[in-house]
Design a protein around this ligand. Sequence first.
Ligand code: AMP
Length: 377
Amino acid sequence: MGQRVGCLGGGQLGRMLGLAGLPLGLQFTFLEPLADAAAAVVGRQLLGAYDDPDLLRQLGEESDLVTFEFESVPESSASLLARSGRVFPPPRALAVGQDRLLEKQLFQSLGVETAAYAEVGSDAELKQAAQVGFPAILKTRRLGYDGHGQRLVQDASQLGDAWGELDRAPSILERVVTFQRELSILSVRGASGEAAAYPPVENHHQEGILRLTLAPAPGLTPELREKAATIASSIVEELDYVGVLAVELFQVEGRLLANEIAPRVHNSGHWTMDGAVCSQFENHLRAGLGWPLGGTEAKGYTAMLNLLGEDPDPSELLTIPGAHIHLYGKEPRPRRKLGHLNIVGDDPNQVTAQLRAAAQVLRVRLPVSLDPDDIWR
Ligand code: AMP
């Protein structure tokens, strides 16, 4: 019998972990409170809360190793599971990933640049924090994501109201950075310390949601590629990390500023399913199992377009050469991530043209200008 993998969370990331692990002979159990979980088709679902002690015990007993598909796992759940067996990524990475202040302090301790920031936990600290400069963003330390739990602040006079709107939750104030673009890099580290990184990618958001990833990041200089890889490897080393970890970065001229980490497989790594030698999902599992890691090289150029709000008609999209559809089997809802499209090819001009064709079929507005015609210049 193959090894049994338990997973906290049963959404699309769990589903894609399952799709990558089934051919390797793995079996999956997902703990997920939502009925009709996206991952239920690739494993057994334990239906209940992430902090239900009985279900956590059951998940631990039924699994040879346990992982997570989202980072807001209650700390108590992670430690309960850690007591019963092998858990990856390490709970410390979860603790850091859940707290913007700890994240920033980790970056700082490793000499990784960030936006200017200050801790806000009291009125005195709030006043003091104005020294980071304006405009700035007040972000709650915990449970903020995709723009939630954040307030843009134009000057010191707005600080009090902004913090009040965030219920005076422990926060950080962060200077707004004028970046050229947003990048991310995914690193994978195995149980015995071997590590590799995928090429950095360029990410485009619309209304706070990732819409498009271009892999590899167009026009990235070898120096910045190297710098991104160094940042990623210093983080996974410091955390004694096992599995896939994403680092989100801002590019400001020739500098890279770290924004946050995600201690899990990541939406900006979905391109690897068709565009890299080994996908982030397979590599996450290989890392946790102590198996050799797969290649992280790009096979060509990939555009990953998230499919939001409504399911597309595959027969239309599949007329586009190089297009691979991944649907998550989720109920359509406005702006909900229902799947993604990977368009892969050897010729960047062709991939660009195919991306434009896909946008037409889907009747969506792309967040990038596809003129001039080579976005990978
Ligand atoms: P976050 O929740 O930190 O990932 O932020 C969500 C998005 O807000 C990021 O992807 C950026 O587009 C933007 N953002 C966050 N922090 C900053 C900053 N310090 N300066 C400029 N934009 C930011």
